[in-house]
Every structure is written in structure tokens, then in C-alpha cells.
Ligand binder design. Structure first.
Ligand SMILES: Cc1cc2nc3c(=O)[nH]c(=O)nc-3n(C[C@H](O)[C@H](O)[C@H](O)COP(=O)(O)OP(=O)(O)OC[C@H]3O[C@@H](n4cnc5c(N)ncnc54)[C@H](O)[C@@H]3O)c2cc1C
Length: 532
């Protein structure tokens, strides 16, 4: 029989022996009857003396009964969804547009089940891309096709690599994490409640994932921007890439939410789209030591504790909207991100050790569809949210000196509405200029941020706003559009053979949910193909 013991608290330096002893003491079983055990989940509880809160799974002999406890549950493994293997597939190769987490995982799933896909990615392969990004950070020279947002690995390649998600699809998530481990991720991601990889590890994983797909017959084309779809009788028959037509019956559109040219051609082709809400704000940087102290208190010097993170929310009240933190990067770096000329946005990244001296996070305010109606353009009826984002990103670019530097201010000056003359000497971002940032965001966002950030800083014990750096602005938290698809087959609601998925289609947010969505689309195609 298999059981799971919940809420087991063990010291940070627990051993295998400690795990076994906690099973014995909580169940009354004898050591000889416990056949195997493993940790299923591990979260840090630092409210008092820091401990790990564990979920332990164990197998025991069928003829013994552990003593009853609220923390003990009999465990019956889920039966994960199994996809059919397509033998001798002779159809046209499915085309996957975009090699971010969505596209890569859709590709792997299809390839593992007998349908080798062809992947077109506008940016470069991961290693070449890394060099291009280095050049951009150093010189401000932007390659619009291969940058922090575009290229193999997708938007999250140069990220903190946080693998947190609210997805309930546990078995698909497990499959994704196991593939990451096969490609070199640490095994701890399989159990930690707040797993993360870091850009350095992601840069090793992504090429291995590509190799896995190639070994199973998949084909990759980098520096290949898909510029149009060919649709006949409401059905995709091909794509246009590098001015060439490529035939296909299945086009998985996994282009992320920065591919504005894609939204435009979809809109022109009258593919069903609908506007959606998203969030806009700023990226804030503070001392990592402050965050550690706020979270760990007197235990802050414990060498077993990792750089702390935070997740803060302020509810909407009176005239102020809600404000919440997003994509927090412990020990990280603030990035200037751009994918088209004359526009920038912010985001953050960190390395696997998260050992920088500063922490950053997006502080965002929700934006509703009604907020951006003024940006409506008749030519592109559902893309007002995207034009609203662009309008802010153009202001960011100009305020930053038009060289892809981020307009930046001390929180003190942002609150007063004045220009910052000098930034803290140790800020993480190589492309930041001190300036006045209050004219960049709409009033309703500034008002909420100026009201909320100081209160949120007080939770972190930071009362000196001169030490808080505000980078303007964060505009691409999620897609401003949803590309509609049906629930049964996950196909576009008005175009057969088109499978919009991942973050850009509005069905995911973050690395894990995007990867899960890609897998789900591949499963739909496999199911459908097996029935033909
Ligand atoms: C700096 C940064 C840090 C982040 N940190 C985290 C984090 O720590 N944790 C987390 O969960 N999420 C993070 N995110 C968000 C995460 O990266 C995205 O949610 C995720 O990558 C979305 O996956 P996707 O595959 O749907 O889209 P994307 O990752 O955007 O991938 C889309 C791909 O399609 C390609 N493409 C676009 N248009 C075309 C075209 N016309 N032809 C061919 N190819 C095309 C793009 O080049 C890109 O590679 C971060 C994002 C950024 C920018």
C-alpha cells in the first residue's frame, strides 16, 4: 500500500534517517514494514526556526495498518493521460511557429508519439542568441528578430526561470519537469514548492531539448519568421516563411505575446480574436539583504537558507486599484527588453545561484478592456490593448534617451513627481538613465503605484525610499488578446488546422503553464490523428 504523510517538519539539514524516523513515529509502523519512501513536496517554513515542511510518500507491506492521523492519506496514483503513438505517419509535417516553452514542448510530445514536426523560429539558436543579447546590453544595438524576447527558448530563456504555476494539471506538469531534469535541470525542481532554474541553467537545457526533438525526427529552422498563413475554405493549408510557401494541415501558433506582427496578420485574416485584460506597472529594485532580513529575521545568517523571495498584493481600495508583485527575481538583474525599434519594456532575470546583491520584481496594476478603448484602430479591431502597450513603450524609449536605456528614478522622486539626478551606484541594470518617470504611465496606474509601493516596501522593512529604484515600465505581463479556440479540439474557432496556444494566444502565463498548453495541443492533434 502507498501512503502520503503531510505536514512533516524537519530541520534544513535533514537526512534519509530523519525521513524514515518521522514515518515510524507518525505511523507506529516498524522499520522492516516500510518498503520505500521518498519526498514528494518540500517547502520552506521560516516563520519561526526555519524548517522544511514535507510531504513524504511511503510504501508499506499490505498486512500492516499505520495508525490513523489527520496527516496520513492513502495514496492512489493518478492515471496520467496517455496519448496514442501514431505508427507510420504519412501526413504533412505539423508546423510549429515559435520555439518558446509552448512550441518546444508541443514539438517534443508530437515527436515522441510518431509525428515529427517542423519548427520555425524567428530568432537564433540559444547560444547565438546569448551573444546577440550580450551585444544589445552593451551597445543598445537591437536585432528585432533575435533578442531577449525572441529566439530559441522564447521569452523566458533570459529569466529567473521560476517554475511556479497555478495549473492543476499535475500529471502534465510532472512530465514537463521530468523532461527538464533529463535535459540537465536539478532534481530538486521535482519536489520544491518554489522551483527555479536561472538563465545559466536554462541556456544549457534548451539546446538539449532541441537535440531530443531532432533525435525523434523533428526539424528546426532558426532565423525564419513566419509572415503569413495560407487559408482556404476556412482551413489552414500552409504558411509563408522567408517568402516561401510551406504546406501543412496543422499549424501550432506558439508565438508568444511580443509577436505583434503575428497579431496583425491574424486580425487581417479575420481569425477570431478577442481583447483581454492584462497588467501594467514598473519594475522595482531593492537590496536582497533587506528581503532576506524581512523573511528570515534572526536566522538571516543561516547558510542553508537561500536568497529569499516575496509575493505581495494590495487589494483595490477607494480610488486605487489592486497592486501586485510579478516575476520576482531574487539576486537578479533588471532587463531592458525590446523586440521592435523605438519601444522598450522591462523585466527581470537571475542566475541559478540568485547570488546578486539586489532583488527586483514587477509591481503591476490591472488594466481592463475598457481602459484602452481609445486606442482602437478600425484596421485592427481587436488589437487596442496591443496599441495601448505600444504607446507606453514608445514613451519609455524616448524618456530613456532613445538608445534602449530604461528611464529610472528613485522611489522618493517618483512619489514627488520629480526628476532623479543620480541613481544608486550599485543598480543591476546596465542600461538605465536617471530621469522623471511620472509622464510615462497613465494616471490611474501612477496613482495606484505611488500609493501602494511604499506600503508594500514597509512589509519588506524598507523605509528609505532613496534606496528603492523604480524602472519604468513593465507592459508585457500577459497577452492583450485571446486567439479563440474551441474546447473540444483546441482549434481556432473559425479556422481549421490552426492551433493557437501558449502565452501569446492568451491561454497561459509563465513558463510552466505555457509548456503545459503546448503539450495539451500536441495531445489534441495526436488524438485526432489516431481517429482518422
Ligand atoms: C525577461 C523575462 C523573464 C521572465 N521570467 C519568467 C520566470 O522566471 N518564470 C516564468 O514562469 N515566466 C517568466 N517569464 C515569462 C515566460 O517567459 C513566458 O510566459 C513564456 O516564455 C511564454 O512561452 P511561449 O512559448 O508561449 O511564448 P514565448 O516564450 O514568447 O515564445 C514565442 C516564440 O515564438 C517566436 N516567434 C514569434 N513570432 C514568430 C514568427 N512570426 N515566426 C517564427 N517565430 C516566431 C519568438 O521568437 C519566441 O521564441 C519571463 C519573461 C521575460 C521576458
Amino acid at each position: 500500500m502507498i501512503f502520503r504523510l503531510h505536514e512533516i517538519k524537519l530541520k534544513l539539514e535533514y537526512t534519509k534517517e530523519d525521513i524514515l524516523n518521522s514515518i515510524i513515529s507518525n505511523t507506529g509502523l516498524q522499520k522492516k514494514n516500510i518498503l520505500s519512501n521518498k519526498i514528494i513536496r518540500r517547502s520552506l517554513d521560516a516563520r519561526r526556526d526555519p524548517v522544511y515542511n514535507l510531504v513524504i510518500e511511503f510504501k508499506c507491506n499490505d498486512d500492516v495498518i499505520p495508525k490513523k492521523s489527520n496527516y496520513l492519506k492513502k495514496y492512489k496514483p493518478d492515471t496520467p493521460k496517455t496519448s496514442p503513438f501514431i505508427k507510420n505517419y504519412t501526413g504533412l509535417s505539423p508546423i510549429i511557429v515559435g520555439a518558446g516553452p509552448t512550441g518546444l514542448m508541443a514539438a517534443l510530445k508530437l515527436a515522441e508519439h510518431g509525428i515529427a514536426p517542423t519548427i520555425y523560429e524567428r530568432g537564433s539558436d540559444a547560444y547565438t542568441r546569448a551573444r546577440e543579447i550580450e551585444e544589445y546590453i552593451k551597445t543598445g544595438k537591437l536585432n528585432t528578430e533575435s533578442n531577449i524576447l525572441f529566439g530559441e527558448g522564447g521569452a523566458g530563456l533570459f529569466s529567473d526561470g521560476k517554475l511556479t504555476t497555478r495549473s492543476k494539471n499535475k500529471s502534465t506538469m510532472k512530465y514537463f519537469f521530468e523532461k527538464l531534469v533529463e535535459c540537465g535541470a536539478p532534481r530538486s525542481i521535482l519536489i520544491d514548492s518554489e522551483p527555479h532554474l536561472g538563465s545559466d541553467v536554462l541556456l544549457q537545457i534548451v539546446p538539449r531539448l532541441r537535440e531530443m526533438i531532432i533525435q525523434k525526427g523533428g526539424k528546426f529552422h532558426f532565423n525564419s519568421t513566419v509572415t503569413d498563413l495560407i487559408i482556404k475554405d476556412n482551413k489552414v493549408t500552409g504558411i509563408i516563411v522567408n517568402d516561401k510557401k510551406i504546406n501543412t494541415n496543422h499549424c501550432i501558433l506558439a508565438t508568444g505575446h511580443s509577436a505583434r506582427d503575428v497579431y496583425k496578420f491574424l486580425s487581417k485574416k479575420k481569425i477570431d480574436l478577442e481583447p483581454k485584460g492584462f497588467a501594467v506597472g514598473v519594475r522595482v529594485e531593492i537590496s536582497q539583504a533587506k528581503v532576506n532580513l524581512a523573511q528570515y529575521g534572526k536566522h538571516v545568517k543561516n547558510p542553508l537558507l537561500k536568497p529569499a523571495f516575496f509575493r505581495l498584493v494590495r487589494k483595490a481600495k477607494d480610488d486605487f486599484r489592486a497592486c501586485y508583485t510579478f516575476c520576482m527575481c531574487p539576486g537578479g538583474t533588471v532587463l531592458s527588453c525590446a523586440s521592435s525599434e523605438g519601444m522598450i519594456t522591462t523585466n527581470g532575470m537571475s542566475l541559478s545561484k540568485r547570488n546578486g546583491s539586489l532583488a527586483n520584481a514587477g509591481f503591476l496594476v490591472p488594466v481592463n478592456v475598457e481602459d484602452y478603448q481609445d486606442f482602437h484602430q478600425d484596421e485592427y479591431p481587436n488589437l487596442a490593448g496591443m496599441f495601448f502597450q505600444e504607446s507606453i513603450e514608445k514613451k519609455i524609449f524616448e524618456a530613456g534617451g532613445s538608445d534602449y536605456s530604461i528611464p529610472t528614478a528613485r522611489l522618493t522622486d517618483y512619489i514627488k513627481g520629480i526628476k532623479t539626478d543620480k541613481l544608486p551606484h550599485n543598480i543591476s541594470c546596465k542600461r538605465a538613465v536617471p530621469t522623471k518617470i511620472n509622464d510615462i504611465l497613465p494616471d490611474f496606474i501612477n496613482k495606484t503605484l505611488i500609493n501602494s509601493i511604499p506600503k508594500m516596501m514597509s512589509i519588506l522593512g524598507e523605509y528609505n525610499y532613496n534606496n528603492v529604484t523604480v524602472f519604468a515600465a513593465e507592459t508585457r505581463s500577459s497577452s492583450p488578446v485571446r486567439i479563440l479556440r474551441n474546447k473540444e479540439e483546441n482549434e481556432s474557432t473559425n479556422t481549421k488546422g490552426l492551433f493557437p496556444c501558449g502565452e501569446g494566444a492568451g491561454y497561459a502565463g509563465g513558463i510552466v503553464s505555457s509548456a503545459i498548453d503546448g503539450i495539451k495541443i500536441a495531445e489534441s492533434i495526436l488524438d485526432k490523428t489516431s481517429k482518422v
